[in-house]
Design a protein around this ligand. Sequence first.
Ligand code: HEM
Length: 133
Amino acid sequence: MCVQALAPASTAHGTAVTAEAPSKTVSLFKKLGGGPAVRAAVDLFYDKMIDDPRVSYFFEGVDMKKQRAHQAAFLTYAMGGSRSYEGNANMTAAHDRLARNMGMRMEHFDVVLEHLEGALRDLQVPEVHSQYC
Ligand code: HEM
């Protein structure tokens, strides 16, 4: 994911210097359209996940309303749109039950990426290219 607005500037010698003051930076969260855009992407992403038999069984018995809200809040936090995440921000711990008891493996993360990319494409989110990518 590209984070041009948040990446530190470089000198001519390639040494990283302090990034712009926080008040002048534009978070990736804002650049991507803020709360409504994140919620729309998360909703479509989970529609795709629970329609896909490769991963849908992981979500059996999971409160999907809460899950969607948690994911939107986590992504908002990860993209600089909020200062904290109230849920379990430790992703290893949050998925421990799935790894230990349900056989979650790297291939399931590939499915996550596939559906996240598909959701962003369906919503016509443009690809972002920058010198930092
Ligand atoms: C980049 C990859 C991933 C991210 C960023 C992510 C993010 C999250 C977040 C933020 C939560 C809520 C944590 C909390 O506050 O409790 C969560 C829970 C969950 N995730 Fe993921 N996740 C990822 C990969 C996966 C994969 C690959 C699967 C399975 C296919 C999965 C299935 C679940 C399930 C079932 C829960 C609910 C767990 C429970 O309630 O016990 N996630 N994930």
